[in-house]
Design a protein around this ligand. Structure first.
Ligand SMILES: Cc1ncc(COP(=O)(O)OP(=O)(O)O)c(N)n1
Ligand SMILES: Cc1ncsc1CCOP(=O)(O)O
Ligand SMILES: [Mg+2]
Length: 216
């Protein structure tokens, strides 16, 4: 997740909210990864029993890790460790950053939701978070209750901080350009890839075409 100041923006995929058949979703994931550069896949299954999360992780993690894509668990530092994930993403209602770091050690990734708060982001970065996540930038069909964020926060952050930023919330290949131009290091996307009318491969290709256009 290293991002020098001028680094090209990268995709941070988030799984759909439910995965009924991990083997079928694995094919969609392979298709998405065939579409171009992807930095991260976050496994985000809410209110699903741990054994189901574990079985899903065991199918998806090797696909990611074989292709150099970091595999991140949402919400649960304990599962991230148990299932040998590359890291965890924690929100303000989840385990505190310090607890996640203590459990996962210095080498795994710990990212923190900061909504639209400069204060939360400064706190997380000073505590040692590997990235700070801002959003939602657009209406999300994946998560209803969100805090509206404006691209200004990405521009402010990239001016003064080196810790990478992740932008999230309703992002598509068609609306993402202002976020990339404002300095987002990563775009976290669920629906904009898995529900793209032309499929995940094309979606990833189109995001990367926008990144190419902004970083040439
Ligand atoms: C990259 C990234 N950013 C933000 C979130 C949201 O986390 P949180 O606020 O804990 O909400 P839930 O995802 O748990 O519903 C995220 N998951 N990933
Ligand atoms: C987890 C989360 N947090 C804020 S918006 C969001 C959902 C992201 O999914 P989508 O890209 O489909 O809006
Ligand atoms: Mg959470």
């Amino acid at each position: 997740m290293d991002t020098p100041e001028t680094a090209r923006c990268r995709l941070y995929l988030i799984t759909p909210p439910s995965i009924a058949h991990p083997a079928l979703f694995a094919d969609e994931l392979r298709g998405a990864l065939d579409g171009g550069d992807v930095a991260v896949l976050q496994l985000r299954l809410k209110e699903v029993p741990d054994d189901v999360v574990a079985r899903t992780a065991d199918v998806l993690r090797p696909i990611c890790q074989q292709r150099g894509v970091a595999f991140i668990m949402n919400d649960r530092p304990d599962l991230a460790l148990k299932l040998d994930c590359d890291g965890v993403h924690v929100g303000q209602q989840d385990a505190p950053y310090a607890d996640a770091r203590r459990l996962l050690g210095p080498d795994r990734i710990v990212g923190v939701t900061c909504k639209a708060s400069r204060h939360l982001a400064m706190e997380a970065a000073e505590a040692g978070a590997d990235y700070v996540a801002f959003g939602a930038f657009f209406t999300s069909s994946t998560k209803e209750a969100t805090t509206p964020a404006s691209p200004d926060i990405l521009a402010w952050w990239s001016e003064i901080m080196t810790v990478p930023s992740v932008a999230i919330g309703g992002i598509t290949a068609d609306n993402c350009r202002p976020l990339v131009e404002a300095g987002a290091d990563f775009l976290a996307v669920a629906n904009g890839v898995w529900a793209h009318p032309d499929g995940p491969t094309q979606a990833v290709r189109r995001f990367n075409a926008v990144f190419d256009a902004c970083f040439q």
